[in-house]
Design a binder for this molecule. Structure first.
Ligand SMILES: [Zn+2]
Length: 414
């Protein structure tokens, strides 16, 4: 495979990333041993701060979560406004017991970096170090976003509330993030798409309220059990009959619960569903349809249904121009043979979507698959998900190069 580093005009970011690569891999392995969940990641935060120590950056710690925002200022002269680019790495792990046989295996039973966010942290630290070394060439400022709680309950939104997008003293112009994959593509393949990349995911909770009684005399009750079953089936009809197939809706009932024993009709039945949509329009419409169908089916049988739909992460949308730019950086650094267009969006969701709702940007994926055949590899979130951290220096170089080039372009067009 040709390597951009072998060419005389290889980007400096790539050269620095290769040199500091072993230290970034070591950092990833230290992070991998100490996975933490959710909004509060004190050990991870401490390791990030230790890794940024000695760099000339302005650090702000989160108040309601253990985020780290570091602003790195370029030293190249700029006439006019200083461009600002945001680079993001999420930091949290999952409640999974690791079954990967490596010497840096998780030291915390029941917790694992099963989505590879440890590689994201190491990659973003690497980008910081590259940009710091090259800051005489950096035209503008870079906001480094170390984010907790991507896996829930969501860290991007509180970070935005705490001032993330204005951390450099001026609004962020463009934002980039990279996610690693344990499967799906051969190692080293980058992939993405313009426009819709990932779904919005909302949690639907329904209580079907009836009137319990003796199983021998249903006519004296209002039995919620068959009504709950009808609601589940009616959802599937609603999805296929009320929404265009070209803007899909995925509605999965993952839990249905009612009653105690066979001969007692319960008062209530409970339905819990996951609703995934790929456009704000269908998301709003799906909320209406789910509520109307549940309440309407219940009413038809003389019962009531209480529906609550929690707003999860919005649709993740890559700006068309920013995606083309980020893809161009990857192709320049690693060669066109390492890029693959994603035909379809994914039904997963991501809270980088909150950042991309506010500023244009791009979210790319890269395979860190360790298996010789990626079709045999287990997916992210599996207790056997394994990531090849040789990819970390590439992630660092790509993020740093995006910041270097985009700030330069923005300064030129200002
Ligand atoms: Zn993830």
């Amino acid at each position: 495979m040709p390597d951009a580093l072998d060419t005389p005009d290889a980007p400096a970011a790539l050269a620095v990333s290769r040199r500091i690569g072993p230290e970034l891999v070591e950092l990833r392995r230290r992070l991998h041993r100490i996975p933490e969940l959710g909004l509060h990641l004190p050990d991870t935060q401490a390791l990030v701060l230790e890794s940024l120590d000695g760099l000339d950056v302005e650090v702000t710690l989160g108040e309601s979560l253990s985020s780290v925002v570091a602003v790195l200022r370029g030293r190249a002269p700029v006439s006019g406004d200083r461009p600002v680019v945001l680079l993001r790495g999420d930091m949290d792990a999952l409640p999974v017991t690791e079954e990967v046989d490596v010497d840096y295996v998780s030291q915390r039973p029941g917790l694992m970096h099963a989505c590879g966010h440890d590689l994201h942290v190491a990659g973003l630290v690497g980008a910081a170090r590259i940009l710091h070394e090259l800051r005489d060439e950096l035209v503008g400022d870079v906001v480094l976003m170390f984010q907790p709680a991507e896996e829930g309950p969501g860290g991007a939104e509180p970070m935005i509330r705490e001032g993330l997008l204005d951390a450099a003293g001026r609004r962020v112009d463009a934002a980039y993030a990279v996610h690693v994959y344990a499967a799906d593509h051969p190692y080293g393949t980058w992939f993405g798409r313009p426009g819709t990349l990932m779904a919005a995911a909302d949690e639907v909770m329904i209580r079907v309220h009836g009137l319990g009684g003796h199983g021998a005399a249903p006519e004296r009750t209002r039995d919620p059990v068959p009504v709950a079953c009808e609601i589940v089936l009616a959802f599937q009809t609603a999805v296929t009959r009320q929404f265009s197939v070209w803007d899909p809706v995925v509605l999965t009932v993952g839990r249905i619960a009612a009653g105690t024993v066979n001969n007692v009709i319960p008062d209530d039945a409970h339905i819990e569903a996951s609703l995934r949509t790929f456009s704000p329009e269908h998301r709003a419409k799906a909320h209406e349809v789910v509520t109307r169908v549940a309440q309407g089916v219940a009413a038809a049988h003389g019962l009531t249904a209480e529906v609550s739909i929690g707003n999860g992460y919005p649709v993740t949308v890559n700006d068309v121009d920013e995606q083309a730019f980020a893809q161009g950086v990857v192709v320049d650094l690693f060669g066109a043979e390492r890029w693959t267009d994603m035909v379809d969006p994914e039904a997963g969701s991501e809270d980088m979507s909150f950042v991309l709702e506010e500023v244009p940007g791009a979210y790319l994926n890269v395979s860190a698959c360790v298996h010789p055949d990626h079709r045999d590899a287990e997916d992210n979130h599996s207790p056997r998900a394994a990531f090849d951290d040789a990819i970390v220096p590439d992630v660092a170089a790509a993020l740093a190069e995006m910041a270097l080039r985009r700030t330069r372009e923005l300064a030129r067009t200002d």
